[in-house]
Design a protein around this ligand. Sequence first.
Ligand SMILES: Cc1cc2nc3c(=O)[nH]c(=O)nc-3n(C[C@H](O)[C@H](O)[C@H](O)COP(=O)(O)OP(=O)(O)OC[C@H]3O[C@@H](n4cnc5c(N)ncnc54)[C@H](O)[C@@H]3O)c2cc1C
Length: 543
Amino acid sequence: MKSDNEVDVDVLVIGAGVVGIYALYRAIDAGFTARTLEAGDGVGGVWYWNRYPEARFDSESYTYGYIFSKELFREWRWREEFATQPEIEDYLNFVVDRFDLRKNISTGQRVVSAVYDETDAIWVVTTEAGETTRARWVISATGGLSVPHLPEIEGLDDFQGEGHHTGAWPHTPIDFTGKRVAIIGNGPSGAQLLPAIVDVVESVDLYQRTPTWTTPLNNAPITSERYEWLHDNFEDIVTVLSTSPSGFLHEPAGKFSTEDSAEARQEFYEKIWTSPGFAKLTSNYYDMTTNRDVNLEFCEFLAKKIRSIVKDPVTADRLIPKDHLFGAKRPPFVTNYFESFNKPNAGLIALKETPIVRVDATGIETTEGHRDYDIIVYATGFDFGTGALTRMGVKGREGLDLSIDWADGPSDFGGFSANRLPNFFFPGGPHGAGGGNYPRYSQDQVDWILDTIIYAREQGYHSFEPTAAQEAIWMSMIETLAPLSIFSVEHSHYYGANVEGKPRKFLLNPGGRGKLHEILDGVSSTENYGGAFTSAHETVAAG
Ligand SMILES: Cc1cc2nc3c(=O)[nH]c(=O)nc-3n(C[C@H](O)[C@H](O)[C@H](O)COP(=O)(O)OP(=O)(O)OC[C@H]3O[C@@H](n4cnc5c(N)ncnc54)[C@H](O)[C@@H]3O)c2cc1C
């Protein structure tokens, strides 16, 4: 039997998504004993749960995939610039087997409690099934978009047809053929689903709360020449992905809008329209995200495009955003989204004009009338940023209960740790991403976390915890820069606005990768991380 201060593993990872898999790999690679607990019955995280038709990347496949191993980069051949869910899930399973990680992963294990034992500096983590693991370090890679959110609509449970959330899609494919379908939500998931099913259903209505600046993904197969180039330039690619603000490979425009004439700007916007995915933000004029007039001019260009694609002018007008600039809300990048509304069997329900009154046994009633459906799809997003962490029963030092402590919004350091949560990390948590290629931001965080744990081992420290002062510096950066961020639109999920009753707090890192590195480097270069470490017999004195 184990004595109270013995651990089962050095490092316990919670979650087997793209971030958790990397954290487990690094922990084992560093010689720690490590284990992962994953709620799902398979690995992949987002790419395990979101199995709806046309769920796909809007980061280029090879920039989203891991870049820590040149061999892995060469061995996996992505088929498309932007891969679909089955291929991504296959890839993440391939990585798990390639690095022999599966034996360390327990699936079907939802963590319901994680309690810090202050006396022994050990986390006691318990699953829904009642299994307990004692770990020195916990890395909670539980995802920012892993808790599906259902809107508060009267009668949701009364519906007698099929109802599915895109983020908890069944493993058995849904047959949409000849069905009457409602999609509630026009964010990236709803926008991907509509063109994927419009040609097989009897009818489909998209329920839209506020229009978004959707633009074409501009996907393409990856040719052999492209592959050769990627392989030949691996080292340079890693450098760009590891240092660029967005974590993408996209070429910056290299100019401000003021350097072009009005005519040249229109030509430039045409080029941007045909560029891949997020390049519409990252390769746009430098001042697109800082100069309102330039952004408005680009929005007008996009509005014209929508009017030229959608034949019915009333529908076109309803699809054009009026309340936010391009990029202020997460823009969907989708093939044939606007074109779908030209099909005779596709409808658009503008919820601002005709709100939903209730769902009932046969369909949806709006203020305009009742429509019958066979299937209702909820593409209504997630409890972003904090959802998984505040549901996990996390109890830290001095009685800290995360669900209570974060009731008015999260407070953290680096978007992955917090004062009074010793030895507990949450890469990809609130204030983690800066609005870019997610795995690149999270890899920065995981690397810092593992380097910190390795340092603790070398120096004989038992405990790491950011001081209250370090957390205050980080949070002051968040609060100062949040209003200046292009994503600073209070009615977006980046502020938790899609979840009824959630406090409106900015949940991204508005300083981006630059600030993350600056603050982390500042801490790790001070002696013993400025008091963030304690050894076995020291009393923690944060401040
Ligand atoms: C449909 C969709 C498409 C996306 N496309 C992109 C894209 O193209 N580019 C991009 O950069 N980002 C994209 N994202 C954002 C996405 O969240 C990240 O890319 C990435 O998946 C996050 O990885 P993660 O490992 O942090 O979290 P996740 O992939 O969410 O994995 C977290 C895991 O933790 C598990 N978990 C949660 N709570 C518990 C618990 N209590 N106990 C045990 N296990 C638990 C979950 O089951 C899940 O498997 C997309 C998100 C969605 C939903």
